[in-house]
Write a protein that binds this ligand. Structure first.
Ligand SMILES: *Cc1c(COP(=O)(O)O)cnc(C)c1O
Length: 385
């Protein structure tokens, strides 16, 4: 391809729409510190996500650290989590003075396997931090049952699950808290941004203080806090993007269906399927490549696409449990399914404005790379330089 295609491309409103939203900042001279736009976005998101409580942050990572801090866990407490996630999840746990204990995932939707949780629980376990990976909702019922039985908190990393509904409820309403990311690469963005959603109103003031130097709304020092406030320019981007998010998700859906038409039922290629009962957001298009059947490894396929200026992402590879910074520092656990998935997974380019010619081209290269499937939709020479 002449033009490079990356795994994602940020959704943006029209320039004029953003400018008209930020014009008021020049009147108020209020750039940050929970201004008018921040508060407006907070209310709109509370409604859109169907959650009782919400607190905005400057990014999803700091939201996760705040959600962990607000629970007041003892230092060194163990947190059962998944190694098949973005670096942020594990780093947030460790940076909060807690110890990650890695639980395996399920083969079908790649979320935490509830059947593996209980054997990891010790007297030091304080919480479970599962991830709704690619927007696949974890087995929230079973996780809740286990957490109740052992008196553990549950904090979901819902960075991939913006706007999703499960059993008619906002996905952020499950567990004790959930965190969302509004990073530029996510389905909904505030450039950088994030939120904690929760239902216990008792958490609200402390969640506020943690992002504001520990200071209460009245300005008193109440707790040990940092600085993780969302500013007015971020909020303005969010207000604009929220107006169009349904449209963006509908466009993503079309792209996914286009891919599916080509890539479904190919031996050796598994598209991670959307789940029943979930209103999905089409955040990612992960495929698993089985070398034995496809005749090509994930890395080889990735290189082939790269040679055509197409840049899918090995997301998530490697497992966070194998990061050098955690060598000899985490409890060894066995996560064979996560190890299997991380060697095979490839997230294909997916964003609202990915045009159908590009999807055709990407699929042609993939199909042509699988020896049993020499299907050329176009003469490759005429299409690729
Ligand atoms: C993006 C992401 C985060 C971090 O969010 P930021 O807003 O980028 O800080 C955390 N967890 C997962 C699973 C993510 O994909």
């Amino acid at each position: 391809m002449e033009k490079s295609i990356y795994v994602t491309q940020s959704s943006m409103p029209d320039f004029e729409e953003y400018v008209s939203e930020i014009r008021q900042i020049w009147d108020s001279h209020i750039l940050t510190n929970m201004g008018k736009l921040h508060n407006e976005l907070e209310q709109k998101l509370r409604k859109y996500l169907s959650v009782k409580g919400i607190m905005l942050y400057t990014n999803g990572h700091m939201a996760l650290e705040a959600a962990l801090q607000v629970m007041g866990f003892p230092a060194g407490g163990e947190v059962i989590t998944t190694p098949f996630t973005f670096a942020s999840t594990t780093h947030a746990i460790v940076r909060s003075g807690l110890r990650p204990v890695f639980c395996d995932i399920k083969e079908d939707d790649l979320t935490m396997d509830p059947d593996q949780i209980e054997r990891l629980i010790t007297e030091h376990t304080v919480a479970i931090v599962p991830v709704h990976v690619y927007g696949n909702v974890c087995n929230v019922r079973e996780i809740e049952r286990i957490a109740k039985k052992h008196n553990l908190k549950v904090i979901y990393d819902a960075a991939h699950a913006f706007g999703e509904q499960y059993e008619g409820r906002g996905v952020g309403s499950f567990g004790d808290a959930s965190i969302f990311s509004f990073h530029a690469t996510k389905v909904f963005n505030t450039i950088e941004g994030g939120a904690v959603t929760f239902h216990d109103p008792e958490l609200k003031n402390r969640l506020y203080e943690i992002k504001n130097f520990g200071l209460s709304k009245e300005g008193f020092p109440e707790t040990v806090g940092g600085n993780a406030k969302m500013n007015e320019f971020q909020a303005a981007m969010g207000i604009c993007n929220l107006r169009h998010v349904e449209e963006e998700i509908a466009k993503r859906k079309n792209v996914v269906e286009h891919y599916r038409a080509f890539l479904e039922d190919i031996d050796g290629l598994t598209l991670v399927r959307p789940q029943d009962g979930v209103k999905t957001n089409y955040a990612y298009l992960p495929v698993l490549i089985d070398e034995k059947k496809a005749g090509i490894t994930r890395d080889e396929l990735c290189n082939r696409l790269n040679a055509h200026n197409i840049y899918p992402r090995k997301y998530f590879y490697p497992l966070t449990s194998s990061f050098p910074c955690y060598k000899d520092k985490v409890r060894e656990t066995n996560t064979p399914v996560a190890s299997w998935a991380t060697e095979r997974i490839l997230a294909l380019p997916l964003y609202a404005d990915l045009d159908s010619d590009s999807v055709d081209a990407i699929c042609s290269i993939i199909l042509a790379s699988i020896p049993s499937k020499k299907v050329y939709l176009y003469e490759p020479e005429s299409l690729f330089i």
